[in-house]
Structures are given as structure tokens and as C-alpha cells.
Design a protein around this ligand. Structure first.
Ligand SMILES: [Zn+2]
Length: 479
């Protein structure tokens, strides 16, 4: 996303500030959201010593206190520490429900690394500090606060709004979204999924540049190559040295990139990019958008690391292990190859392609799952190949963004990393990363020390989701 933002800086188009039709939340509503945010930050939900269940229970209590029926605010999960909270805001059933997912867990944080206590909610210099202020307790708090506010205002959505606050997105074996998909498929009978953990407003020195919407993402897979040999004394080398085999195979990988491929999301992304890039890049984009595409255009674009990642599955060695002594022939050599797979392809399909590229029957290629277990076959399920971004999801964002962040275009993107959307997309549900949180490009601190969020970004994000939820669930939403 940084790419387009930087380019847009040079567009220089200044749009007239439209009179804001969307009213900001009242001081009381802000304070209420602030208190929920503080409570979440001060509840440690890291995998090592924290408890997602504690945070789920706190949010459950707030929702019950606000009048949600107990049967619609439930905890569910695989064990005591990893209970997910599911709340259903009942609508009148005119349309299919929407599922909104946000993880409650946070990355580990050491007190000794931080300037403030990571599990204390500290406000200073215009920022909220604490672990999870960017990733993503701010959005969890925003959704809980807005569910309560909308209910207290008597708002009647025309569809159920389901919020799932979940465990183990960052770390730990009990990913809440994966668990729900497996054990509570009925919750997935929805029109689409909104993921709070992706998308958002990108800023440069406080100026909003792009409102990003994640419309699809690549999937993640590790493969472990292994080659073994009888070994022996290094003064008597024989052919079939595992390290030679391995390095030759990896060299073949370096020179055998996966084929170029566009999908509906990247196609739209590149076409919206073309008016903001250099003439040479615009010509290359034009070439790849033709049917059939001109391969020369792909070659030009792929020199850029980010474009390259958008245009193909990438597989890259990330770790090596070999040998056991300086004076011994290696008995084993291994490498981890990490792949980021385009939507529409399965991990097994990529494993077979790797075997073909390595072209060495002495090398085994095993799939490594998230728990680090290796298997001879990878999952066969192809991830969901995305349709074009839906206008009923995107148009309300455009309307709201035009007033909240005038001049910043709404751009649908493919995430080159991976989030919990991977599980919902895998079962065929369109999943969008949507967030009204604005963060400066040079102040991205998720997973890092002194994580913080501008105070104003939090309150504007609160307003964004208030209006967005209304727009998605009522025909009379402000236009
Ligand atoms: Zn996150």
C-alpha cells in the first residue's frame, strides 16, 4: 500500500472540503469508547501470560449491561484461556447477516523494551500508548462501543450484525476464526465478512493519502526441503554431497519464478494506479491489462518488489540447516522455503511445482503447518479466487471517506501477507479488510515497542464505523 501512497503524494490534487454531513460522536460516546479501549489495553491478552477469555468476559459484561439479550452474547472456544466472544445484533432479517471479525490477542511486549508500561493505557502528546493500540484493540473497542450506541439509539438494522472477537491471530495454536469456521459453521452463513485487522487510512505527515480496503489476500505456506546422505570423513569426499544438492536446487528456484497472474482485485488495483504512476509504469500497466496481456509489461512491473508480489506466487528460501562438524561430510541438509500463494491456488499445487523446479529425486519436499509439523502432502483446498470488489461494500466507504478524508481515494488491494480472512475466504465467503483508523506511514508500530495511536485517529475511526455499520444495514443510510 505504501507504493501508491507515495505516488499519490505527487498528484497534488486538492479537493474542496465538503461540508461534513456525518456528525462526530458526542463527548459522552467518545468517553465511553475510550473507557472500553483502556479496559482492553489493560487486559493482557498475549499468548504467554495473558487471557483472551478475560477480555471476552469484560466485553460480554458491557454488552449485557447495555441490554443485549444473554442468548446473543456468548463465549465459545476450545479452552479456558481462549474463549471467543460472539455478539449478534439482531436485525429484521431483510438481508443476509454480516460477520465482523477482530482479534483480541496481542503480540508479546516486554516492559523493559518500552518507554511506558505496554499494558497500561497511557495518553500523552496526542497519542494513546499501549500494546494493541494499533493492532487491533482500537477497532475491537470501536465495534463494541458502536454496537452499544446503536442499540441504545434504538437503531434497527435490516440484517443481523455479528461481531466475533477472537483469539490467537498473532500467536498460539487456537486461532479463533479458524476455530469458528470449523466448529460453528452456522455463524458463517453470512453475506460477507469484514475483518477489522486490515485496510485503513494511510497518512503522510498527518495528511490522509489513501483509504485502503483489503479485498483479497495471498495465503502462506512453508515447505521444508531435505536431503540426506551417509556422510563420512571430509578428507574423502564422494559425490552426492547434500549441500551441493540443496544449493543447486535453490539456485534453480531463484531462476524459476512462478508465472504472472492477475485476478479481479489486482486488475482493478492496477487500473486505478495507472493514472498516478510514471509514464513507463503506466504503459506497463496498460500492457498487462490487455487481453491477452503483453508479457513485456509484467517484466517491467516485476522489477518493483511490491508489484512483483502482487503479480505472482513467490517462493523464497528463508532458512538453512546442514552438516554436523567442520571435518565431516554432511549427513543432512535442509532449507525452509516460504511461499506466498496467489488466491485460487492450493498449497499442494505449489508443492508439486516446487518438486518440478528442484528436479532432484534425492530431495524431499514436505509441507510445514503453523505448528511446525511436517507432512508429505500439503492441503489441497484452493483458496478463494476473488470476484471484483462488491459495490455494496465499497460504495458506502467511498461516500463516508469523501467527507472524512477528502481527496484520499478508496483503493481495493490484495494483501501480500496474511490475516484471519484467509480462513473465511477459504470457505468461499467474500472477506474485506475495512478500518477507519488513520496511521502515518512512518509511525507503524504494530508488533513493535511503544505502540501508539493518535487520539484523533481513534475517535475518527469510531465515527467511521458508526456510519459504515448504519450504511450497510439500512436502506435509508445517509448518502
Ligand atoms: Zn492484527
Amino acid at each position: 500500500m505504501n507504493r501508491i501512497a507515495i505516488l499519490l503524494l505527487f498528484c497534488g490534487s486538492v479537493m474542496a472540503q465538503a461540508a461534513p454531513a456525518y456528525q462526530a460522536a458526542s463527548e459522552k460516546d467518545r468517553q465511553f469508547a475510550h473507557d472500553i479501549f483502556k479496559q482492553l489495553i489493560e487486559t493482557n491478552t498475549s499468548h504467554s501470560v495473558g487471557s483472551v477469555t478475560a477480555a471476552s468476559q469484560e466485553m460480554q459484561k458491557r454488552l449485557l449491561d447495555a441490554g443485549f439479550p444473554a442468548s446473543d452474547v456468548v463465549l465459545m472456544g476450545p479452552n479456558d484461556r481462549k474463549q471467543n466472544l460472539i455478539v449478534r445484533y439482531r436485525g429484521n432479517g431483510l438481508r443476509k447477516p454480516i460477520l465482523i471479525v477482530g482479534h483480541l490477542d496481542v503480540v508479546e511486549a516486554q516492559l523493559s523494551d518500552w518507554t511506558t508500561d505496554p499494558f497500561q493505557f497511557v495518553e500523552k502528546d496526542g497519542y494513546f500508548y499501549g500494546r494493541g493500540t494499533q493492532d487491533i484493540k482500537e477497532n475491537d473497542a470501536i465495534l463494541v462501543a458502536n454496537f452499544i450506541r446503536l442499540r441504545q439509539e434504538g437503531f434497527q438494522p435490516d440484517r443481523d450484525l455479528i461481531l466475533a472477537l477472537t483469539a490467537d491471530e498473532e500467536n498460539g495454536p487456537d486461532d479463533g476464526v479458524a476455530w469458528l469456521v470449523k466448529n460453528h459453521r452456522e455463524l458463517l452463513d453470512v453475506d460477507f465478512v469484514l475483518n477489522l485487522d486490515a485496510g485503513g487510512v494511510e497518512m503522510e505527515h498527518g495528511k490522509p493519502l489513501v483509504v485502503g480496503v483489503e479485498a483479497t489476500e495471498k495465503s502462506y505456506a512453508d515447505y521444508v526441503l531435505t536431503i540426506t546422505d551417509r556422510g563420512g570423513h571430509s578428507s574423502l569426499p564422494h559425490p552426492d554431497n547434500p549441500i551441493f544438492h540443496l544449493s543447486a536446487a535453490l539456485e534453480r528456484l531463484e531462476h524459476s519464478p512462478f508465472p504472472y497472474e492477475l485476478n479481479a482485485v489486482t486488475r482493478e488495483y492496477f487500473s486505478s494506479l495507472s493514472s498516478h504512476v510514471s509514464a513507463a509504469d503506466a504503459a506497463a500497466i496498460h500492457a498487462v491489462l490487455q487481453v491477452p496481456p503483453d508479457p513485456a509489461g509484467f517484466e517491467t512491473l516485476s522489477h518493483d518488489t511490491y508489484y512483483n508480489a502482487l503479480l505472482r506466487t513467490t517462493c523464497i528460501p528463508t532458512r538453512l540447516w546442514a552438516g554436523h562438524a567442520n571435518n565431516a561430510l554432511p549427513q543432512t541438509a535442509s532449507a525452509n522455503v516460504n511461499c506466498r500463494i496467489l488466491p485460487g491456488h492450493s498449497p499442494e499445487e505449489v508443492r508439486r511445482e516446487l518438486i518440478r523446479i528442484f528436479a532432484d529425486p534425492k530431495i524431499t519436499v514436505r509441507y510445514g503447518n503453523f505448528a511446525g509439523q511436517l507432512s508429505d502432502r500439503a492441503p489441497d483446498e484452493k483458496s478463494f479466487s476473488p470476484p471484483p470488489p462488491r459495490s455494496d461494500v465499497i460504495a458506502p466507504i467511498q461516500r463516508i471517506a469523501a467527507q472524512m478524508w477528502p481527496g484520499a481515494p478508496v483503493i481495493s488491494e490484495m494483501e501480500t501477507g496474511a490475516s484471519d480472512s484467509v480462513y473465511t475466504m477459504a470457505v468461499g465467503i467474500p472477506s474485506y479488510g475495512v478500518s477507519g483508523i488513520a496511521i502515518d506511514n512512518d509511525d507503524i508500530r504494530a508488533h513493535g515497542k511503544d505502540e501508539r495511536l493518535p487520539v484523533e485517529s481513534f475517535y475518527r475511526g469510531l465515527d467511521f464505523y458508526y456510519w459504515y455499520l448504519k450504511a450497510l444495514s439500512t436502506p435509508e443510510a445517509p448518502k
